[in-house]
Design a protein around this ligand. Sequence first.
Ligand SMILES: Cc1ncc(COP(=O)(O)OP(=O)(O)O)c(N)n1
Ligand code: TZP
Ligand code: MG
Length: 212
Amino acid sequence: MSKAAFPAVPQRLGLYPVVDSVEWIERLLGAGVRTIQLRIKDKLDEEVEDDIVAAIKLAQRYEARLFINDYWRLAIKYRAYGVHLGQEDMDVANLDAIRDAGLRLGLSTHDVMEMERARALRPSYIALGHVFPTNTKQMPSAPQGLAQLAAHIKKLGDYPTVAIGGISIDRVPAVLATGVGSVAVVSAITHAADWQAATGQLLEMVGAGDEG
Ligand SMILES: Cc1ncc(COP(=O)(O)OP(=O)(O)O)c(N)n1
Ligand SMILES: Cc1ncsc1CCOP(=O)(O)O
Ligand SMILES: [Mg+2]
């Protein structure tokens, strides 16, 4: 018998900021964001534990969907809404433990092969990237571009999807036109001259995600 799928998320997760501190989580939840990721890189579990606990508490207070990037054990321990994992993480993380704990799972993909590999695991959402060149993360592959993003979305039907990578405010309308359910951004918010204005504009364009 096949394993149960990971718990469902709303088909449209809406604006999805990816940030590296509890301060950003607090600011953005206060600004109306309802899907968010804590992405702290290359630290030991004990170095990030307090931040993860604080972020989860904030998300609970705001009834928001908080995904923890990478630190899946801590996400399980403190009952985060979900975990986001990359292709390499998939091979080493205990996906059964994540599913058995009832956490949602998002997976990164960069091409058709990775998308099909991810889909076979029946995660809660599939992230597709990087769509455009990005300065935030060094990427080993080329940007997928809008045409490929649109083709992936079409293939995935009504599966919850997230687009990420180089998405500036001016590119959002074209990204949304592909039918993607969520737009993940880092620098469009954290490097904006006025993050509140940028967040407000992005929420207006993308929405905060469906309820449920
Ligand atoms: C929504 C979303 N999509 C993709 C990524 C990238 O995750 P990953 O491949 O694990 O790389 P790192 O973020 O860990 O460097 C993401 N974080 N969020
Ligand atoms: C974490 C990550 N994974 C793929 S692209 C990316 C960074 C996206 O950042 P930005 O929105 O600043 O391009
Ligand atoms: Mg990761």
